[in-house]
Design a protein around this ligand. Structure first.
Ligand SMILES: [Zn+2]
Length: 583
């Protein structure tokens, strides 16, 4: 070997070293589904700091960036997608449902005791156990037509069922519609009600209070007065439980319906270095001017008032109508099972105390004022009339103000008239939909609005065919009528299969509205980044974008759709940092 040659190779190596800076994290041997048209599949990726600095079809190209401090993860053929972005959560309630009682599916003694045992393990002695919503699923199992029969047959708990477990924790639980409460003996004792029965307290044949207390009674007032508010530390613990759930689900960002108190807790968690999910805040529709007055606009951190990729204001959230679960969604025709009921308006669209009379001028003004303060609006509209009124309002905004409606959303867009599908594209308005609602609501949808209207319910395929952009959200943790899961496997399953989690009905509910896994993943990643005006920064796996990644144990693009629910997330990376690792 000539000296010249050695010298030449030496120069080349040196040159190479300058060209390939060491990276922090390299993923190799994966099946990476990038959500990018130019390179849909890749095998390896390089991450430096919080950024994806290379995406490759061959491992060896990525391995060039290995330095002494680089962590290399062998994915062993696992499936990788951009981290999931959940377009609709109620973060604070979700944490409460994990760290406080969740009795929605409970309608028997064993179930109640099991949940109380879980609670006393989570909480310190002396802390109140509250909430619960027992009997929600029992109630809906009866259907609306048999509501009277249900009233007679429904399960009723008593304090002796839980006293043995909850001797150190006072309890005040409530049923699904808040018409009944259950206090344990400790709570009754603290309220001075253990032996004396006030009005509204159920008693047994010996005249002893059973712990069941009815809504609006003096006994309930007395108990409510002594329930201590949750401490900041307990609320933070609930938040931590919710963040853990998100990490384990591969979710890297949520669009949260934000309450001011929760925003403060986000700031605290971020300060502690505990925030493992990006938060896009959606404050109430009425708050645009107030926020502008505080010097914050979309994309700004609530405390520093500087642009942030972690915690920032997004859109304003408003409401047109009620929900399907309570016959409150607004329709042009009445409910099939309640012939006098067309649903109702909500606060932002009505000044009428019964919410039966609408005022869309009020809604228009709220949106207009919010826009002038810099914020787009995301508005809840569920029934055919709710959705149509919302589209009318957006159309008016576009025409009268001459603005683009990019980023404006119809939240839920649950039941749509045939003639309204094309308006989403025409107006460039996003349909923010909640696929898992299909799996839950199909139990009673046809009973309530009939077969014909159900053709336009959760009609994702029709929306896509008409050129609408879909944004997926879980609506975690649900309503008083239903629990909605946050793990992506549920949303993907529902959108692709349109069955319950038990696989019924076979072939799917209105199967012509099934969409492909690719479209479902799009609505769950890149579309939600675009919906937050950050499509150039996140939402796909591309050189230069932020490193937000989910690794799944099954290849969602290749598995049999009936196996989607078997998928688990095994690794989550947010901002270049591994926040969950079960590889
Ligand atoms: Zn919601």
């Amino acid at each position: 070997m000539s000296q010249n040659y050695v010298f030449f190779v030496g120069i080349l190596l040196l040159f190479n070293a300058c060209q390939t800076p060491e990276s922090d994290l390299i993923l190799v041997n994966g099946e990476i589904y990038t959500m990018e048209k130019d390179m849909p599949w890749a095998r390896a990726m390089v991450i430096s700091g919080n950024t994806i600095t290379g995406v490759f079809e061959e491992d060896e190209h990525a391995r060039k960036y290995i330095g002494s401090d680089t962590r290399v993860v062998d994915l062993e053929g696992r499936f990788v997608v951009p981290g999931f972005i959940d377009g609709h959560v109620h973060f604070n309630r979700a944490g409460a449902l994990i760290n406080d009682a969740n009795l929605m599916a409970v309608a028997d003694e064993t179930g109640l005791q099991k949940e109380m045992s879980r609670m006393v393990d989570v909480l310190d002695d002396g802390e109140w156990i509250t909430g619960g919503l027992w009997g929600a699923y029992e109630r809906w199992a009866y259907g609306t037509s048999e509501a009277e029969e249900f009233q007679e047959q429904r399960w009723e708990p008593d304090r002796w069922m839980i006293d043995g477990i909850t001797s150190d924790n006072p309890c005040l639980l409530n049923n699904y519609d808040y018409s009944m409460y259950l206090a344990n003996s400790l709570a009754l004792m603290m309220a001075g009600l253990e032996s004396s029965a006030l009005e509204g307290m159920k008693t047994n044949e010996r005249g002893e209070p059973t712990g069941l207390i009815f809504r609006g009674s003096p006994a309930l007032d007395r108990l409510n007065a002594i329930v201590t508010e949750k401490s900041l530390e307990r609320l933070l613990e609930e938040n931590r439980a919710a963040l853990k759930k998100l990490r384990e689900s591969g979710i890297v960002e949520v669009h949260d319906i934000a309450q001011p108190d929760q925003t403060k807790r986000f700031i605290e968690l971020e300060g502690n270095g505990e925030l493992t999910c990006r938060i896009w805040l959606r404050p109430d529709l009425s708050r645009g001017e107030e926020l502008k007055g505080q010097g914050v606009t979309p994309g700004m951190h609530p405390l520093t008032k500087q642009p942030s990729q972690w915690l920032r204001y997004g859109a304003l959230k408003g409401y047109i109508d009620g929900i399907m679960g309570t016959h409150g969604a607004l329709f042009f025709e009445p409910y099939d099972d309640q012939p006098d009921n067309y649903g109702h308006y909500r606060r932002h669209t009505s000044d009428d105390p019964t919410m039966k009379e609408g005022n869309m001028d009020k809604m228009y003004d709220l949106i207009r004022v919010g826009y002038k303060a810099g914020f787009v609006s995301n508005v809840h509209a569920i029934g055919t009339k709710g959705v149509a009124l919302m589209l009318d309002t957006y159309e008016r905004l576009k025409n009268e103000m001459g603005i683009s409606l990019a980023g404006f959303r119809v939240i839920h867009a649950q039941v749509i008239r045939p003639e309204d599908f094309q308006r989403f594209r025409e107006l460039n308005v996003i349909a923010e939909v909640n696929p898992y609602h299909i799996s839950d609501d199909m139990r009673w949808m046809e009973e309530r609005i009939g077969h014909e209207r159900c053709k336009g319910a959760y009609a994702f395929k029709s929306l896509l065919e008409n050129g609408a952009m879909l944004s997926f959200g879980s609506d975690w943790p649900g309503t008083s009528a239903a629990e909605y899961y946050v793990h992506p496997k549920y949303l993907l399953h529902s959108a692709v299969n349109r069955t319950t989690i038990n696989g019924t009905p076979q072939g799917g509910w209105f199967p012509e509205q099934k969409i492909s896994m690719h479209e479902a993943l799009k609505a769950y990643t890149i579309n939600n980044a675009i919906a937050a005006f950050e499509g150039h920064l996140r939402g796909s796996i591309k050189k230069g974008k932020l490193a937000d990644i989910a690794v799944c144990d099954r290849n969602l693009m290749k598995i049999d759709p009936k196996d989607i629910l078997k998928m688990n997330v095994v690794m989550t990376i947010v901002d270049g940092r591994i926040v969950y690792d079960a590889l």
